[in-house]
Design a protein around this ligand. Structure first.
Ligand code: ZN
Length: 427
C-alpha cells in the first residue's frame, strides 16, 4: 500500500520542461549527426525538495542525452520522474516511461543525490525497458549493464569525483597515490568498495545463476561484479571498441529479449577478438583476480677488479659492466588468469614496460643496470578492474625517510572516508 502513497499525495509539485538535444551536442559524437527526439520531462517533487528541481532535471537531461547518444534515443515523447516522500520506501525504482528518484533537501552539490539515483533509474529505460532481458534469471543484464552505464554517465556529465560518490566509498583516486607517472590518465572512479565486496563474498557464487539461488550475493552478482567486468572488458578492448560493442548490442536487441550468450557473441563478433576467456573467468566463475608485486631486489654487482680463485691464481674479471642486478617478482595470488602489464621504474626515472601472460603462479624479471629499481606496478593501467586487492599491485624500494606507498594509500583512503562520512552525516 505504501508504494502508492506518493501517487495520491496532494503535495507533489509538478514541473514540466522539455529535453532538447541540440545540433551542436549531436555533432560532438562522430557517428551521429542529427539530434535526438524531443522529450517532455514531467517532474513531481515533494514541496520540501523545491531546491532540488534543477538538479533532477539536469540529471534526467544528461541521462537522456548520453544514453541516447551511446545506445540509441529514448523512443517515447514523455518521461515522468517522481520524487518520493521520505520513508515511503518507493524511491529508486524503474517502470516503463516513469521512474522514482530520491533525495534530501540538504544534499550538498558535490554529493551524488539526487543525480546518481536519477541517472540510474532513467538508465533502466534502456536496460530492461528497451532491452527486455529476464530480470530474475539474468539480473546482471539489466542491473549490471545499468550500473556500468550509470557510472559512465556520471563521469561524462559531472567528472570522476562525483561518479565515485555514486559508488559510495569509491577509492576516489586513492589506489595508487604517490606513484607519479601514469596515473593521471587513469580514471579510477569505478573502482572501490566493489572490489572489497568481491574479496569477501565473490567465492560464494558463480555469477551466471538465477537471482534466487545466490547465497548472500544478489547485489554483488547482479550489480557490482557485472559492472566491474564490463569496465574490465572496456579496458581490454579500448573505449571506442567498447562503445561500438554496446551500441551494436543495443541496436540489435532493442525491443527484443537477449540473453547472456547473445551479448558474448556480440562482443566477439564486433571486436573481432575472442573474449570468451574473460567471461569464462568472470561471469561463469566464482574465482577471483589478484596480481601482486611480490619482491624487488637490487643487488650491487661486486666491482670487477679481478677475481682470485682459491688456489691464488688470477682468473678472468667478471663480465659484468653494470652496477646492479635487479629482480622483480610478479605473482598471481588469485585463481583467475589474465594477461597483465608490468611497469618497472628505476631510480634514474627510466621505465621498462613488460607483459606477462599471467598463467603460471609467478614470473621473475631480471635487469642489469646502473640505476636500481625504485618501484614496480603490476597492471598499472588497472585493466583488471576486478582485482580484489590493489594495495599489493605496487611495491617500492624503501629508502631512508621514505614513507611506504601502502601507508600513503591508506592515508588517502582514510581522508576519503572522512570526507564521505562528513558529507553523508548531513543526511
Ligand atoms: Zn537498478
Amino acid at each position: 500500500m505504501h508504494d502508492f502513497a506518493w501517487v495520491t499525495s496532494p503535495d507533489l509539485v509538478p514541473t514540466v520542461r522539455k529535453f532538447r538535444h541540440t545540433e551542436m551536442e549531436a555533432n560532438e559524437r562522430p557517428d551521429r549527426h542529427h539530434p535526438l527526439r524531443e522529450v517532455t520531462v514531467i517532474l513531481l517533487t515533494q514541496p520540501q525538495h523545491d531546491n532540488m528541481i534543477d538538479r533532477y532535471f539536469d540529471a534526467t537531461f544528461k541521462a537522456l542525452r548520453y544514453y541516447g547518444e551511446w545506445y540509441g534515443e529514448y523512443p517515447y515523447d514523455a518521461i515522468t520522474v517522481v520524487d518520493p516522500a521520505m520513508r515511503s520506501a518507493s524511491g529508486g525504482m524503474e517502470y516503463p516511461t516513469l521512474f522514482t528518484g530520491g533525495t534530501n533537501r540538504y544534499s550538498p552539490k558535490e554529493a551524488s543525490s539526487p543525480e546518481g539515483v536519477t541517472v540510474h533509474e532513467c538508465g533502466h529505460q534502456w536496460w530492461y525497458g528497451l532491452i527486455g532481458n529476464n530480470e530474475f534469471e539474468e539480473a546482471w543484464l539489466d542491473e549490471g549493464f545499468n550500473t556500468y552505464s550509470t557510472d559512465r554517465v556520471m563521469k561524462t556529465g559531472w567528472g570522476p569525483f562525483k561518479a565515485s560518490r555514486y559508488f559510495f566509498g569509491g577509492s576516489g583516486g586513492g589506489a595508487y597515490v604517490g606513484i607519479p607517472y601514469v596515473f593521471d590518465e587513469i580514471d579510477q572512479s569505478s573502482l572501490g568498495p566493489g572490489n572489497g565486496e568481491l574479496r569477501r563474498y565473490g567465492k560464494n557464487d558463480v555469477m551466471v545463476r538465477s537471482g534466487w539461488e545466490y547465497y548472500q550475493t544478489y547485489g554483488l552478482n547482479s550489480y557490482t561484479k557485472p559492472a566491474l567486468s564490463l569496465v574490465t572488458l572496456e579496458r581490454y578492448l579500448g573505449e571506442e571498441m567498447m562503445y561500438r560493442v554496446m551500441r551494436t548490442y543495443h541496436h540489435r536487441y532493442r525491443f527484443k529479449h537477449p540473453t547472456t550468450e547473445d551479448f558474448i557473441r556480440t562482443v566477439n563478433e564486433v571486436s573481432g577478438k575472442n573474449m570468451s576467456w574473460l567471461f569464462a573467468n568472470t561471469w561463469f566463475s566464482s574465482e577471483l583476480f589478484d596480481y601482486s608485486i611480490d619482491r624487488i631486489n637490487n643487488r650491487r654487482i661486486p666491482t670487477p677488479t679481478g677475481i682470485f680463485s682459491s688456489n691464488g691464481k688470477e682468473s678472468e674479471p667478471a663480465p659484468a659492466t653494470k652496477t646492479y642486478e635487479c629482480e622483480v617478482v610478479v605473482k598471481r595470488e588469485g585463481e583467475v588468469t589474465a594477461p597483465v602489464d608490468i611497469l618497472v621504474v628505476f631510480k634514474d626515472g627510466s621505465l621498462r614496460r613488460e607483459g606477462w601472460d599471467g598463467q603460471y603462479r609467478w614470473k621473475k624479471f631480471t635487469y642489469y643496470t646502473d640505476s636500481p629499481v625504485s618501484y614496480a606496478i603490476v597492471d598499472p593501467y588497472m585493466k583488471l578492474a576486478m582485482d580484489i586487492n590493489y594495495n599489493n599491485n605496487s611495491k617500492a624500494v624503501r629508502e631512508p625517510g621514505y614513507r611506504s606507498l601502502a601507508a600513503r594509500k591508506y592515508a588517502s583512503k582514510w581522508m576519503f572516508w572522512v570526507q564521505n562520512y562528513l558529507e553523508f552525516a548531513a543526511f
